[in-house]
Structure formats: structure tokens, C-alpha cells
Design a protein around this ligand. Sequence first.
Ligand SMILES: [Zn+2]
Length: 312
Amino acid sequence: MKIIFASVTGLSLLFCDALAAQTARLSATPTRPEPGAIVRLTLDAPSSRDSIVSVHGALAGEPLHFLRSGAAWHAIGGVPVDSAGSLLANAVVQHASGKTEIARVRFSLPKLPPPVAQPLAVDSTFTRPLDAATLARIDRENARAREIGRLAHNRPAMWTSPFLTPRTSVITSEFGSGRVFNGRLTTRHLGVDFRGAVGEPVRAANRGVVVLVDNFFLAGNVVYIDHGGGVVTAYFHLSKPLVAIGDTVKRAQVIGLVGNTGRVTGPHLHWAARYGSITVNPLDLVTLRPAWYGASATARQAHVSRTSAARQ
Ligand SMILES: [Zn+2]
């Protein structure tokens, strides 16, 4: 009896192994991400003789950059702040034999309560109806920021250490909280505010290339850093930027000083982040574990050759 039982178990294990060898499985964490969250995707691809030569994918219209970590592949993606219902991520797995497999994961988005309003009193310059020229300027500046996010997909990830917060001071406004300007609810807050006095240091959240230093109507003096792999971080309301476009900055390098330029109630740092053109909660970058950024040298090299081949 014992013998039969053992062989049945053995058979079912074999059967499971055979199935697993053919099926790459995609999963996402968190399973119910809030709008603006960074989702961590894992593709489990059991080893087989037909090795995997590349994995690419998409979520919410943005490409995913999978990096190999042992038997699994990892990528991050962004949930748009205005998305509702559910989202679908996919991974296209290319095998050495030429066989292509597609793995998908769907996750549902929680219904969020309306934002809790935080009353703010700002200079009335910012609450008076804006003239057409100013509205056009804001549109242009938003379009530039989105384009910078899109271009970050072309650069291989430049970081191999965790993201840091740009200041260690108290957070005075979280991502997603409601904004009331002089009694009127306008938009959700699409960044994280850190306390700071004019002249205090602002540090680069990670290694990257400075792609924008400018003065924007709402954000004041801004610095945008392209970290590659689709990730951009931005630092608003600076009194003084200390970097120039094209500079490669180190993680934790001082890139500017806290200020009160743009639409502000007082000096502070507003920290923002994008995955491609999607605005995401920058604090979700800080909690990423090494599997999501610790690309091996070969994975980086493969990405570089694919990117340069695509450009030719
Ligand atoms: Zn802010």
C-alpha cells in the first residue's frame, strides 16, 4: 500500500514539474495598489533546457524593464493616479528556441475615499483665475516633465543601491492628500513635502543624470534627475539648484538648497517621482528591495545592446 502511495505522489510531482517547466508565472505586489503606487512585478520562470533570452512587458501603457535575479525576473511599474477598476500587466518571454510565452497578472484597484482636505493659504497670485499665457506655460511645463519621464525608459537603470529620501526631516504632506487653496479643493498632492528652512540641503535620491534645471510657474526652481529604467525624481521650490543639465550625480549628493520658489505657503521641499509618464509616490522607491534594482552586469549589458540596436 505504502509503495503505491509513494509512486502516485511521485507521479503527481513529476506532472507538476512538467507543467511548471512550461509556464512562466507573473505576480504583482501589492495586490491592491493605491493610485500612484509603484507595483513590484515578479516573473517566476522555472529553469528548463529552453532558456529565456529576453523578457519585456507593459503596464498602464508604459514598458516594463525586467531584470534577472536567479530563477526570477523583476520589474517595477506605475499605477496612474486617475486609474480605477483594474489593471493588467503582461510579460512577453522569449525563449532560445524561438518560442514566445505571455504571462499576465490582473490586479484590482481599491476605491479610495475622497481626499482629506488640508487647508492652505497661499499668495493670491496663485488662486486668482490664471490668464491664458500662464495656463499655456503650465501646460508646456507639464508636457516637458512627462517627456522627461518617457525618455527615462531609454536609459538603463543607473542605480545599484536603495533610494534615499532627499531630506531626513519631518514629512509635512503625504502623497495623495487633498489640497485646499484658500478654501477651494483643487487637486490631490502628487508628491511628498519635507520640512526645511531656506538654504538647507536637498540630496539626490539615487545615482542619475540631471536632465532638467529650470524655473517653473508652480514648482519654482526645479531639478529633475533621470535614474534610468523609466525612473525620474524631481525636487521643487529650491532656492538654489547646485547642479547643471548633463551632470551625473551620486546618491546622496547635495543637488540644491531648500527654498520657497513657485506656489508655496513657505519654504519646504516637494519631492516627486515618475515611472515613465506616470506620476508615482516617491516613497515607494525607498522601499524597493535589491532584487528590483540589483541588476547583474550581464543584464545591464543586454539592455544596452538592445537599446542601441533599437536606435540604429
Ligand atoms: Zn508638495
